[in-house]
Design a protein around this ligand. Structure first.
Ligand code: PRP
Ligand code: MN
Ligand code: MG
Length: 178
């Protein structure tokens, strides 16, 4: 195990189980459709890659990168688009793929934007959900694991851009972030 990791929250095997179960549900719900899977950079990359292998209907993929605008230290709830989609979502079924849903401000803004662009439907799949951190009223239809409010890294999730390459998800030792 990496020296900076205090405890493992989801092992590689547990992550693959979640991907299988979520992929199965999505396959059933989107039978006969071709949804666009939109990965939110950068955290979602590993989960997106593993999840879509388990979706057995046609899918297209695309990516968005956003950053939160900050007024002082508080998030304003608005996001700045750093990288936009390269496909039109007009009249399409969209599945947003996230690694983690916390305050909900990132996803809330993206959902508003894609609705404004006239998508036919929009749902969220997130590997991790921290319901205790929520500030805006948004929920994911597909959730891999609900977790308490502890800082987690790995499998796409970073601390200061590091640890994204760990194949599992774990908590950091306090001395790393203090
Ligand atoms: C993290 C995470 C989610 C978002 C969740 O991304 O990957 O996208 O924050 O937080 P929220 O629900 O409070 O909005 P981050 O902005 O750190 O970018 P990254 O994915 O590139 O690490
Ligand atoms: Mn992210
Ligand atoms: Mg981050």
């Amino acid at each position: 195990m990496n020296d900076s990791i205090k405890s493992v929250v989801l092992t590689e095997e547990q992550i693959q189980e979640r991907c299988k179960a979520l992929g199965k549900q999505i396959t059933e719900d989107y039978k006969g459709k071709t949804p666009i899977c939109v990965g939110i950079l950068k955290g979602s990359i590993m989960f997106m890659a593993d999840l879509i292998k388990n979706i057995e209907t046609h899918v297209e993929i695309d990516f968005m990168d956003v950053s939160s605008y900050h007024g002082g230290t508080e998030s304003t709830g608005e996001v700045k688009i750093l990288k936009d989609l390269s496909t039109s979502v007009d009249n399409r079924d969209v599945i947003i793929i996230e690694d983690i849903l916390e305050t909900g401000t990132t996803l809330n803004s993206i959902v508003d934007l894609l609705k404004y662009r006239n998508c036919n439907s929009i749902e969220i799949v997130t590997l991790l959900d921290k319901p205790m951190k929520r500030k805006v009223d948004i929920e994911a239809k597909y959730v891999g694991e609900k977790i308490p409010d502890e800082f987690v890294v790995g499998y796409g999730l970073d601390f200061a851009e590091k640890y994204r390459n760990l194949p599992y998800i774990g908590t950091l030792k306090p001395e790393i972030y203090q």
